[in-house]
Design a binder for this molecule. Structure first.
Ligand code: ZN
Ligand code: ZN
Length: 1006
C-alpha cells in the first residue's frame, strides 16, 4: 500500500477530488508507516513540552457530532503545536465510573432501584456489567477518532476506574483530610430519589437540569397560639415539608398587616396584602392593624398535624423555639405572603437558621426519600407523594386556604430527571469554601480567549460552596475513610499499598479498589484497638475525572506536564470538569494556581434548526454513521469554518458539502494543475528554487499576500479563532490564488515554447512555494487532504522531503517576500479591472471579447501605480491598449463609450467592435469551449491534440475567425484547428454539440 503511495502511478491525483477515497488511503498510510507514533517519538529534540491532559468523555453514549467538533479543536491544536516543534502528550482518557454508567446498566439489567440491585444482582456482577458497557462504547469512540483523523494516542489512554488511577485520586483526598478540607457533616444536600444519591451544588445547576414541572401551589394558615382568631398566612409548592415544619420566619425590618377576612385575622407582609387577596379571589377584607416583623418574633403557633406526626410533640419538648416565629433577613417579602415556614430537614436556609439556634433538624427519610416511622401517619410513603394528602389533612383542621396547580422551572436530576429533594443528610464535604480565595486567584490567571465564558466560569466559582463529594452508589471510587465502630476515630488511606498493609483480612486474588472488595477490609483502631470499617460512600464522578492531571500521570510525568498548556471542553464544563480540575489542584498544591494555563470553553452543537440534539427528537448526528458516507476533512473544515468555537453551532447536513467542498476541491485542483504543468516541463523544486530576482509583479504580489496569510492564520489559531483562521485559508485559495493569480499566469503556462521555459520554471517555483505553504497551513484542519497533496505533489517532485506532512515545520512569514507597494498597486489594479467588467456588463460585452481601448480617468498617483502593472491590467481586462487621463473629455460622452465610476476612478471603454476584434472574440469563445471539452474528455492540460474540428459555424463567423486559427491552436494545445461547413465532411468523427451565441455548432477533438 505505502509503496504504491510513494511511487506507483495509480496513486496520482484523480481528475476530480474524491475525499472519501483519499481519506481511506491516507489512514492506511498513517497506520502502515506509524506516522502518529513517529510524531510522538519526536519528544527528543523538541522545542519545548506543552502539557496536556485529556478531558475524558464518559463512556455511556455514542460519540455524536458535538463531540466530534470538540475533538477536532483538540486535534487542530495538537497538529499545529507539533508542527511548531513542541512536544504534546496528546494521550486519550476515558471517564468510566459514576451515575451515568450505573443508570445505563440498571436499565440493561432491568432493576428499578439500588436496593433491588444489591439484593438481586449483587455488587460483583454489577461492576462486571459496568465494565462491559464502557468497553462497548469505547470501541465506538476509538472508531470515531480514527475516522475523524484525531491523532490522539489511544494506547496511553487513562481509565478512571483502574486501581492505579484510583489510588492517586485517594492521595488528593488524603491531602485534603490532613488539611481539614475534607469533613464529614450533616448538611442539606440535593438528593435524587431515582438515583438514590445526593448531588453536588454544581450538578444542580447542570445544563438542562431545570425543567418545567407541575406542583401544587398551596396557601395555608397556622393559628397563632393563645389568640382568638389570628392566623399566619403561608404559601408553599412543597406541602410535604409541612410534615417536617419546625419554625416560621418573618423579615424583622418589614411591616406586617393583620387583615380581617370573614371572622378571622390573617397575618402577612403589608405590601403583599393586595396581590395575595386578588389571587385568592377575596374581595371583602380589611387591614385592621400593622405591626413590625420584629414584634412577631417569638410568637408561638399551633402546629396542626401533631396528632398524625407525634414526633413533632417531642421536638417541642426538645427546644423552646420549635413552632415559634423567628426573624431572618433572607425572608423575601416581595413574593407570596412574606411569612415562610421552615423545614430545616428539607431546605438549605432553613437548615442554617435552625443550626445557628441549636434547633434540632427533623429529617425522617430513608434512602428512597420515603418517610420513616418518625413521619407518623406518612411512614413508608415517598415524600412527594404526601403533597396532596397533607393538603387534605390541613383542610380537615381549618389550616387550609387554597390549592391550585402551578407550572414552574424546578431542578431535576441531570441524569434521571427526577425532581430533586433537599434533605439533611450525613455526607462528606470538601470545604472548598475555605479555599475560595485561592481558587478565584488561580482562575484569574488562566487564559479563556473569550470574555463571555470566562465571566460565566468566574461567576460560578464565586459561589464557593462546600463540595459534597460523597455518593451513595456502587460504581465509583470508594471514599478512602475508615471509622472505628468503637470510638469513632477516622483514618484516611492514600494508596493501595497502605490499604493492603493495614488490612486485617487476607486479600483475595480478584481484589480491586472498588465496592464490595474494599468494604471487606477492616483495620485495627490506633486509639482504642477497635475495628475500623469503611464509610459506605463512593465519590462524585466529577471528583474522579477532576483528579486526572495528577491521577493519570506518574510523579515524573506530573512534574513535566502539569500545569497543562491548553485544554478545551464544552461550556457546560464550567460547572463540571473545568471546576473540579481547578478545585482539586488547589487542594493538592495549596497554591493559587490552576492545572491548566488556558481553557477554551466551546459552544454546544445543535441540529440545523437550532434544537438541542436528543434521542427523543431523533436528531442526534452520530459521528461514525456520518463519516461512513461523508468526508472527515469536509466535516472538520465545515465545523471550524461555520462559527466561532464559543458559538452554539447549528450543524446542517445540507451545508456540509457546499462551500466547504468548493474550497477543498479548489485547493485540490490548483495543486493538480500545478503538478501536471510542472511535470510536463520537468520542474524540480531543488533545481529551480524560488529566486527573488526572477519574479514578475503578479508573483511578488502573490508571495507578499501569502506572508500575511501565514502570520494572520497563525495569530488566529493562537487566539482560538479557528473560524477566522480557516477563513483566511479559504480566501487565499479561492480569491488570491484561484480567482486572481492563476488567471494572470495561466496563458504563460499554456505554451511549451522552449524560449519561455525559464519563465515557466519561475512560475512553478512560485506556485510550488505558495501551494505547499498553504497545504501545510491546512494540515491542522484537513489533515487527510494535506497529507495526500504532500505525498502526491510535493514528495513526488522532491523525494527528499519528510515522510509525512506532519513532520514539516509550521510556515513562518518571510519578511523578504513582503512588498506592501506591490500589494497597493494590485489593489488599484483589481479595483480598476472590476470597473472594466462593470462597464462591459452595461454594454453587454462579454469578458472574453477583446476590446481596442480602455481609458482610465484618475488622479496621477492612481494611474502611475496602474502603469506599473499595465501588462497585467490589459491581460485581465482583455483590452489592447490603455490611455490615462486626469479628466473626462467630451469624446467619451458619445454613445459608443461606456463608463463605470467608483470614487475618483473612472474607466471608459469603447462599445464599438471592429472585425479583427470580433474574430478574435469568436476564437476565444471557441477556445474556451474546446478547453472545457478537453477537460471533460480527460485530456491532461499538457496533452497536445492532433486536431480540433469545428463544423457548422455560419459563414460570417467563419470568415471573421479564420485569421486566428493558428493562435487558437496554440491556446488549446492542438497541432491544427480546422473549420468545416458540415459534420458530414468527417463522417465517423465523434461530434460534440455546443452552443455559441444561441446557435448550435459541433466540435471534434482528437
Ligand atoms: Zn437521578
Ligand atoms: Zn477506636
Amino acid at each position: 500500500m505505502t509503496d504504491k503511495l510513494e511511487a506507483k502511478p495509480n496513486l496520482e491525483l484523480t481528475p476530480d477530488y474524491r475525499p472519501i477515497e483519499i481519506e481511506k488511503e491516507i489512514r492506511e498510510f498513517w497506520m502502515e508507516k506509524e506516522i502518529r507514533e513517529k510524531l510522538e517519538d519526536r519528544e527528543k529534540g523538541c522545542r519545548d513540552v506543552l502539557g496536556y491532559v485529556e478531558g475524558p468523555p464518559t463512556l455511556n453514549g455514542i460519540p455524536h457530532i458535538g463531540h466530534a467538533r470538540g475533538r477536532v479543536m483538540k486535534d487542530i491544536r495538537y497538529r499545529w503545536k507539533t508542527m511548531q516543534g513542541y512536544y504534546v502528550p496528546f494521550w486519550a482518557g476515558w471517564d468510566c465510573q459514576g451515575l451515568p454508567v450505573e443508570l445505563e446498566v440498571e436499565k440493561l439489567l432491568g432493576v428499578k432501584n439500588k436496593r433491588e440491585l444489591v439484593e438481586r444482582v449483587g455488587q460483583e456482577r454489577f461492576i462486571e456489567e459496568c465494565k462491559k458497557v464502557i468497553m462497548r462504547y469505547h470501541r465506538e469512540w476509538v472508531e470515531a477518532d480514527k475516522r475523524l483523523g484525531i491523532f490522539i494516542n489511544q494506547e496511553k489512554a487513562y481509565w478512571t476506574y483502574r486501581d492505579e488511577y484510583i489510588e492517586r485520586e485517594w492521595r488528593y483526598l488524603k491531602r485534603a483530610w490532613e488539611q481539614n478540607l475534607l469533613e464529614e457533616g450533616h448538611y442539606v444536600v440535593a438528593y435524587c430519589p431515582g438515583c438514590q444519591t445526593s448531588l453536588s451544588s454544581a450538578e444542580v445547576g447542570y445544563e438542562g437540569s431545570y425543567k418545567e414541572v407541575e406542583d401544587p401551589s398551596v396557601y395555608f394558615k397556622f393559628k397563632r397560639s393563645g389568640s382568638e382568631n389570628e392566623f399566619f398566612l403561608i404559601w408553599t409548592t412543597m406541602p410535604f415539608t409541612i410534615i417536617t415544619d419546625t419554625m416560621l420566619a418573618v423579615n424583622p425590618d418589614t411591616e406586617y398587616a393583620k387583615v380581617k377576612v370573614g371572622s378571622e385575622i390573617w397575618i402577612m407582609a403589608r405590601r403583599r396584602v393586595e396581590p395575595v387577596m386578588q389571587e385568592l379571589g377575596i374581595n371583602k377584607y380589611e387591614t385592621v392593624e400593622t405591626v413590625t416583623g420584629k414584634s412577631l418574633e417569638g410568637s408561638r403557633y399551633d402546629y396542626p398535624l401533631k396528632d398524625i406526626v407525634p414526633q413533632q410533640v417531642e421536638l417541642e419538648a426538645k427546644h423552646a423555639l420549635v413552632h415559634h416565629v423567628i426573624g431572618e433577613d433572607f425572608v423575601d417579602v416581595n413574593t407570596a405572603t412574606g411569612v415562610v415556614h421552615l423545614s430545616p430537614g428539607n431546605g438549605e436556609e432553613d437548615f442554617w437558621a435552625a443550626h445557628k439556634r441549636g434547633v434540632p433538624i427533623f429529617a425522617p427519610f430513608d434512602d428512597e426519600v420515603k418517610f420513616t416511622k418518625e413521619g407518623g401517619l406518612f411512614n413508608g410513603v415517598f415524600a412527594r407523594d404526601t403533597d396532596y394528602p397533607v393538603v387534605e389533612e390541613l383542610r380537615n383542621r381549618n389550616a387550609f386556604v387554597e390549592v391550585k396547580k402551578i407550572k414552574h422551572e424546578y431542578p431535576t436530576c441531570w441524569r434521571s430527571h427526577d425532581k430533586l429533594v433537599w434533605l439533611a443528610r450525613k455526607e462528606y464535604f470538601l470545604r472548598t469554601d475555605k479555599i475560595n480565595g485561592k481558587v478565584l486567584e488561580a482562575a484569574e490567571k488562566i487564559q479563556y480567549f473569550f470574555a463571555e465564558p470566562k465571566n460565566r466560569f468566574i461567576a460560578f466559582l464565586k459561589e464557593g460552596k462546600p463540595w459534597c463529594i460523597s455518593r451513595e452508589r456502587i460504581w465509583g471510587t470508594p471514599l478512602p475513610i475508615w471509622t472505628c465502630v468503637n470510638c469513632g476515630e477516622k483514618k484516611a488511606i492514600g494508596s493501595k499499598a497502605e490499604l493492603l498493609k493495614n488490612a486485617l483480612e487476607e486479600i483475595p486474588e480478584n481484589f480491586e479498589l472498588h465496592k464490595p472488595w474494599v468494604d471487606r477490609l477492616t483495620f485495627r483502631c490506633s486509639q482504642c484497638g477497635g475495628i475500623m470499617k469503611r464509610e459506605d460512600y463512593v465519590l462524585d464522578t466529577w471528583h474522579n475525572s477532576g483528579a486526572s492531571p495528577y491521577a493519570r500521570f506518574t510523579d515524573e510525568e506530573f512534574e513535566k506536564f502539569v500545569p497543562t498548556d491548553f485544554l478545551t471542553e464544552g461550556i457546560d464544563q464550567t460547572r463540571g470538569w473545568a471546576n473540579s480540575l481547578l478545585l482539586e489542584y488547589v487542594i493538592l498544591t495549596g497554591k493559587p494556581e490552576g492545572p491548566y494555563r488556558a481553557f477554551l470553553f466551546q459552544g454546544l452543537t445543535q441540529d440545523a434548526r437550532g434544537r438541542k440534539m436528543s434521542k427523543s427528537l431523533g436528531n442526534v448526528v452520530e459521528t461514525n454513521k456520518l463519516l461512513e458516507k461523508n468526508s472527515a476533512d469536509l466535516c472538520r473544515f465545515y465545523m471550524m469554518r461555520k462559527c466561532s468555537p464559543i458559538d452554539f453551532m447549528n450543524f446542517d447536513m445540507q451545508e456540509l458539502n457546499r462551500r466547504s467542498y468548493q474550497v477543498l476541491s479548489t485547493l485540490y485542483h490548483l495543486s493538480r494543475f500545478f503538478l501536471q504543468n510542472a511535470e510536463f516541463d520537468g520542474f524540480s523544486p531543488s533545481r529551480t528554487p524560488l529566486s527573488l530576482e526572477n519574479l514578475e509583479l503578479p508573483d511578488k504580489w502573490l508571495l507578499s499576500r501569502l506572508q500575511s496569510a501565514v502570520s494572520e492564520c497563525t495569530d488566529k489559531l493562537g487566539n482560538c479563532e479557528f473560524n477566522a483562521a480557516v477563513a483566511i485559508l479559504e480566501d487565499f485559495v479561492i480569491e488570491t490564488l484561484s480567482r486572481l493569480y492563476v488567471p494572470m499566469i495561466r496563458k504563460e503556462l499554456w505554451t511549451d515554447d522552449p524560449e519561455t521555459r525559464r519563465r515557466r520554471m519561475d512560475i512553478y517555483a512560485v506556485l510550488h512555494y505558495g501551494l505547499k505553504t498553504i497545504t501545510l497551513l491546512f494540515n491542522p484542519v484537513t489533515p487527510y487532504l494535506s497529507e495526500a497533496l504532500y505525498q502526491k505533489v510535493y514528495k513526488k517532485l522532491d523525494p527528499s522531503l519528510q515522510e509525512s506532512v506532519n513532520f514539516e515545520r509550521w510556515p513562518e512569514p518571510d519578511n523578504k517576500l513582503v512588498d506592501k507597494n506591490v500589494e497597493e498597486e494590485f489593489d488599484v489594479l483589481f479595483k480598476t479591472v472590476s470597473l472594466v467588467y462593470a462597464a462591459r456588463q452595461q454594454a453587454k460585452l462579454k469578458r472574453r471579447w477583446p476590446l481596442r481601448t480602455v481609458v482610465v480617468v484618475a488622479p496621477g498617483k492612481v494611474t502611475a501605480s496602474l502603469k506599473k502593472v499595465e501588462a497585467v491590467f490589459l491581460e485581465l481586462s482583455n483590452v489592447k491598449t490603455a490611455n490615462y487621463e486626469l479628466e473626462t473629455t467630451q469624446l467619451k460622452e458619445s454613445e459608443n463609450w461606456i463608463s463605470a465610476v467608483e470614487g475618483d476612478l473612472t474607466v471608459v471603454v469603447s462599445g464599438q467592435r471592429d472585425e479583427k476584434l470580433m474574430g478574435e472574440g469568436i476564437m476565444r469563445d471557441l477556445a474556451r469551449r474546446v478547453q472545457a471539452l478537453r477537460k471533460e474528455l480527460g485530456y491532461l492540460p499538457t496533452d497536445v491534440l492532433d486536431g480540433v474540428h469545428i463544423a457548422e459555424l455560419n459563414v460570417e463567423s467563419s470568415a471573421l475567425v479564420s485569421p486566428y486559427l493558428g493562435e487558437m491552436a496554440e491556446l488549446v494545445r492542438a497541432r491544427k484547428v480546422n473549420l468545416h461547413e458540415k459534420t458530414e465532411e468527417i463522417p465517423d468523427a465523434d461530434w460534440h454539440e455546443i452552443e455559441l451565441d444561441g446557435k448550435e455548432i459541433f466540435v471534434n477533438i482528437h
